[in-house]
Write a protein that binds this ligand. Sequence first.
Ligand SMILES: Cc1cc2nc3c(=O)[nH]c(=O)nc-3n(C[C@H](O)[C@H](O)[C@H](O)COP(=O)(O)OP(=O)(O)OC[C@H]3O[C@@H](n4cnc5c(N)ncnc54)[C@H](O)[C@@H]3O)c2cc1C
Length: 369
Amino acid sequence: MTEGRFHAVVAGGGPAGAAAALALARGGRRVLLVDGGQRAGSRIGEALAPAARPLLRDLGVLDRVLADGHLPRYGNLSSWGSPELHASDFIFDPNGHGLGLDRARFDASLRDGAAAAGAEVRLDARVASAGRDADGGWRVTLRAADGGDREVRCDWLVDATGRSAALARQHGAARVQHDALVAFFARFSPAREGDRDARTLIESAPEGWWYTALVPGGERVVAWLTDADLADRAALLTEQGFVSTLDGSRHVSAVLRAHGYEIATRPRGADAGSARLDRFVGEGWIGAGDAALSFDPLSSQGILTALYTGMLAGRALHAHLAGDGAALPAYVDRLEQIHLVYERNRAAFYGFEARWTRLPFWSRRVPAG
Ligand SMILES: Cc1cc2nc3c(=O)[nH]c(=O)nc-3n(C[C@H](O)[C@H](O)[C@H](O)COP(=O)(O)OP(=O)(O)OC[C@H]3O[C@@H](n4cnc5c(N)ncnc54)[C@H](O)[C@@H]3O)c2cc1C
C-alpha cells in the first residue's frame, strides 16, 4: 500500500531525528518521523551538557524538557592524570547546570515537540529499505514489528538511525571507525537513601576508564570503557565479572560502597568508539547525529551534538528544498569543522592522563613524546 508523499522521511526517533523533524515541520515541510525501536531503558547517555539549553530553547522544547523531572547536574568529579579526585562546577557555566536524564522520557518529549510542530510520528515501524523512484524521490518501506510492510514516498531521507547509520550505508556511504572503544554498563540500586551527589564521576585506569552518575529514580549507572580487544567480554557481561572488575576502581567503587549499592541489571555492552561517515550528504539523503558523527562518551557531547546536527540537517534540507543551493554544502562544512574540533579536544583530554602511556589503551590515544 502506498500512502501520501512527504518532503522528508526521518529514520530514527532519538535526539537527532526529533530535532531534524522539528526543524523541517517548523519550516512547513511535510515530514514523517519513524522509529520502531524504542524500548524502555534501551537508551544510553544520561548527562546532558549545560550548552544544550540554548539549543533546546531554539527548538522550542526547553520548557517541555525541564518539566520532565530530570536531575540537575551541578558539575563533574574526575580522577584523571592523578589518583586524586578533582571537582569542577558548572557554577561558572553561562548556561547554568546540566541535566541527568531519564533518556526514554527526554527522547519522548523531543518527539512530542516534533509532533506539536506538525511532524507525523510513527513509532510502530522501522525503515526497512528505500529505493529511488523514477521521478528522483524515494519509495520507503516501513516494517512493523509484526512484519507487515507499508510504503511511503518522499523527496528526501534523513538518516538519524544512530551508530548503525543504516540508510547512509545502504546508499553508498561508509562508516569510518577511529577506534574500538566499547562500553560495558549496568544500573546499581542503593541499600539506603541519601546519595544526592548528582555529579558525574570519571576515573581513569590502566586499561580504560570508569564513570558513574545518579539517574532519576535513585539508581546509579556505572560504565567501564575499554578497547574491544582488551576486554574480557564474556566475563564483563555477567554481574559477577562486572562487579569484580569494578572492585579494581578506587573512587567509583568507594561511592558505591558508601551507599551500599548492589548491581541491579545485567551488564550490557555497546560500541562507544569515535566514528564518522565518509560523506554526510548523498543523493537524496542527509545524515545527522550519531549516524554522521559518533563521539567517545568522554566528551559528554553526544546528545548535544545529535540535537545540533539534527536541527542543522532539518534547516539545511528545508533551505535546499526552497532552492538554496548553498545550504547542503554549508551543512557538510559545519560537520567537518565539528569533527576537527572534536578530534583535537579528544586528543588533548586523553593527553591529560600520562601515567600509563606505555600501555595499549593509552598509547593508542596519547601521542608519543
Ligand atoms: C556508553 C555511552 C554513554 C554515553 N553517555 C553520554 C552522555 O552521558 N551524554 C551525552 O551527551 N551522550 C552520551 N552518549 C552518546 C549519546 O548516547 C548519543 O550521542 C546520542 O544518543 C545520539 O543520538 P541520535 O539521535 O543520533 O541516535 P540514537 O539516540 O542512537 O537514536 C537512534 C534511533 O534510531 C532508531 N533506528 C535505528 N534504525 C532505524 C531504522 N532503520 N528505522 C527507524 N529507526 C531506526 C533507533 O531505534 C534509535 O531510537 C553515550 C554513548 C555511549 C555509547
